[in-house]
Design a protein. Structure first.
Lengths: 171, 547
């Protein structure tokens, strides 16, 4: 939420704090899928065409899109880009959680207005990559991971909710 | 009451450290006010007309003597020696310096308090019956459930950027003192499980909640709430903040369709990963036992003699105490509505007195009511006169519980940057007009609720008489509503005719009240009953009669 940082060129960083190159190309809806992918398709186009396509694709999911509609094609999808047109729009958090609940194991990438103060929430909701606007994305990820030691609810990450820690079953 | 364990302490510590860092960035100029705004709001810090306002969370309105002493200390040290109790059962400090906030939060953490999620588009403080655990008509103590919800909703990763704020209320008694039908979600605990209401609210589009679920088991409460919130988070409107509350979504879909989507979502959730196990519910419940009730000998003769000898005490007992589940105890309302003073305010000295008397006579337990009073839920009748004497000496013995001068009023234009009109001075004028104790008692139960703008923080839609401040070309006017109520027969008041200037309002209300006194069938027909029997129009005419 720190807008100062938003002036920085976005960099792609993983949950592990690695800066990675973006090998994907976002296709406009009128562009044909050639052989030199990998491509990111728009959501509506993906619904229409994925059935007839072979290979693996990335899909761009906007806040109003119902990500469950992609589930029939999920084995053809290795990247979901969840867009945040503004950081106040929290629909993308539900999108990521639904994907993880449905067993999707590919990459979930946060793109758009992605700022350091949101990363901790995104990590919990199952995002794995962040196109983040920050002067130091590696430090931003490290800070997001160490900020809290206590989590009150189960989510898509491996942190156990407090109630599970309070009532650990001895095995 | 609930006691933090090491996890709860660590959570607040982590959150305060984060906020201290954000304040430091703001003070150094690294963050502008615009950039800082969403961060401070998540910590209950508002920039009001004249200063920063810090809203302290009082989870479900429950406080200990130790905590109230800390609040008094904060008022004395960092504010202008008073605090303001709110309709969300919270406490606000109106004159805070930004640089002091990390220190204040640190002091609050020492007594297991914080200011988290008292603002922002997240799940807010869950409110409940101020007489929980004490009232005779209660069948389920709502406090453990409110605590369970508090923990689940703290820093919820999916629901921190909702379309708009989200308020949950819960009751476990026959009489609904928590106004569950005017909340985003209202829960009514019944022997067979929870009734769940959704889409109630006040503000610009007032509406009563729809019951979409009955018999919901407590063990599945969190997963069901998660499903309710997820449907709202995904489909609630975000294009217009005035249409973003869940009531608008529920109205657009229809309650049945919303309920169907929730059920579908609930079925898809991994409930076991969300719902706390039975052992956790047992653990939380264990913090809310009955106090160690004193079996002090209750001398009924002496009690009645004191009331005969001291009429003011007798009146206070009649108006400000409620039957307790034990015959030898009562629940006491400490009115923060003395005639002519701002509703809900208490000085630091008064807070100290309330903390002291609670410790001495009421098992160290206090509550904040959404009517902006302080409640002592368990007081032995044997100690009542001694308690009254102490309160009286601190100007805390106003005997107007539930009466016409026990008004709710928002801070209004004196403090709030959203307000169109003043609320507090009007409340003061009305209470002056009805200062006569005999008149107040004759009128009986009558709730006046005042909001300084259509955001309705003063709950004007559910006042028996509601007053809404509006701005017409730079002049404050007040619209009067009649017939609202927030109890188990909840109804929304209706606006009656044209707005009135501030100086005409007290006389208009007096005319309505005089008409009621003429028309009522007996002393036991309350104002709201008479309005429902005779219709609002009967009374609306009196409001607008030329003075």
């Amino acid at each position: 939420m720190s807008l100062l940082n938003s002036s920085h060129t976005p960099q792609l960083v993983t949950t592990d704090g690695e800066i990675i190159p973006d090998g994907w190309t976002l296709l406009a809806d009128e562009e044909t899928t050639g052989v030199d992918g990998p491509y990111v398709l728009g959501f509506d186009r993906a619904l229409k065409e994925l059935d007839g396509l072979n290979g693996h694709y990335g899909i761009r999911v906007n806040p109003g899109d119902d990500v469950r509609l992609l589930l029939p094609f999920i084995e053809k999808i290795t990247l979901i880009e969840v867009s945040f047109p503004g950081y106040r729009d929290g629909r993308g958090y539900s999108t990521a959680r639904i994907l993880r609940e449905e067993g999707y194991t590919g990459a979930i990438r946060a793109v758009g207005d992605v700022l350091r103060d949101q990363l901790f929430l995104m990590l919990r909701c199952g995002f794995s990559e962040f196109l983040v606007k920050d002067k130091d994305p590696v430090q931003a990820i490290a800070a997001a991971k160490s900020r809290f030691s206590v989590f009150y609810q189960g989510a898509a990450d491996t942190n156990r909710p407090v109630w599970a820690l309070r009532h650990t079953v001895e095995s | 009451m609930y006691v933090y364990d090491s996890f709860d302490h660590a959570f607040v510590r982590d959150r305060n450290a984060e906020f201290a860092d954000q304040v430091a960035r703001r003070l150094s100029g690294e963050l502008s006010e615009d950039q800082f705004k969403p961060l401070r709001l998540m910590n209950g810090l508002y920039l009001q007309l004249h200063a920063y306002m810090l809203r302290i969370a009082v989870p479900y309105g429950v406080l200990s003597s130790k905590q109230v002493r800390k609040l008094a200390h904060i008022a004395r040290t960092y504010d202008r020696d008073f605090g303001h109790f709110t309709t969300r059962q919270n406490l606000q400090f109106n004159w805070i310096k930004l640089a002091d906030t990390p220190k204040i939060l640190e002091e609050l953490a020492e007594v297991e308090m914080h200011a988290l999620q008292t603002s922002g588009n997240c799940i807010r403080n869950t409110t409940t019956d101020q007489f929980a655990g004490a009232a005779r008509d209660e069948h389920e103590d709502p406090r453990p459930w409110a605590e369970l919800i508090r923990q689940w909703s703290s820093n919820h990763p999916e629901f921190t950027f909702l379309p708009r704020k989200f308020k949950i209320a819960i009751t476990g008694a026959d009489r609904d003192r928590a106004a569950v039908r005017v909340h985003d979600i209202g829960l009514h605990a019944k022997p067979e499980g929870f009734d769940l209401y959704v889409g109630g609210g006040l503000g610009r589009t007032p509406s009563l909640g729809h019951r979409i679920k009955t018999g919901l088991k407590g063990e599945q409460l969190l997963s069901y709430l998660e499903a309710c919130l997820r449907v709202y988070n995904r489909y609630g409107r975000r294009d217009n903040s005035y249409k973003a509350r869940i009531k608008i979504l529920v109205a657009a879909l229809g309650p049945d369709e919303y309920a169907r989507q929730v059920e579908e979502e609930w079925e898809s959730l991994d409930k076991a990963a969300i719902d706390a196990p039975a052992a956790e519910i047992v653990r939380i419940r264990s913090f809310f036992p009955d106090p160690d009730f004193k079996d002090a000998k209750f001398d009924r003769v002496a009690y009645e003699r004191a009331q005969t000898a001291d009429k003011a005490f007798a009146r206070w007992v009649k108006n400000n105490t409620l039957a307790h589940k034990r015959d030898d105890h009562v629940s006491v309302t400490i009115s923060l509505k003395p005639v002519g003073l701002p509703p809900g305010d208490a000085s630091s000295a008064q807070m100290d007195v309330m903390a002291d008397v609670a410790e001495q006579y009421a098992y160290s337990e206090l509550r904040v009511s959404h009517e902006q009073n302080v409640i002592l839920p368990h007081v032995p009748k044997a100690d009542l006169y001694a308690l009254y004497t102490r309160l009286d000496a601190a100007n805390l013995s106003t005997a107007n519980g539930g009466k016409i001068t026990d008004m709710i009023a928002c801070p209004g234009l004196d403090y709030c940057s959203l307000a169109n009109a003043r609320s507090i001075p009007l409340a003061q004028d009305i209470s002056q007009r009805f200062a006569d104790a005999n008149l107040t008692d004759k009128i009986g139960d009558l709730q006046i609720k005042i909001s300084g703008c259509i955001n309705a923080c003063g709950h004007h839609h559910v006042g028996h008489i509601g007053i809404l401040g509006v701005d017409k070309q730079g002049i404050e006017f007040y619209q009067i509503l009649l017939g609202g109520r927030a109890d188990e027969n909840a109804a929304l008041g209706v606006i009656t005719g044209k707005g009135l200037p501030a100086e005409a309002v007290p006389a208009a209300i007096e005319r309505v009240v005089q008409l009621y006194l003429q028309l009522r069938t007996s002393d036991s027909e309350r104002f709201i009953d008479a309005v429902e029997r005779l219709g609002r129009n009967t009374f609306a005419e009196a409001l607008h009669e030329p003075a």
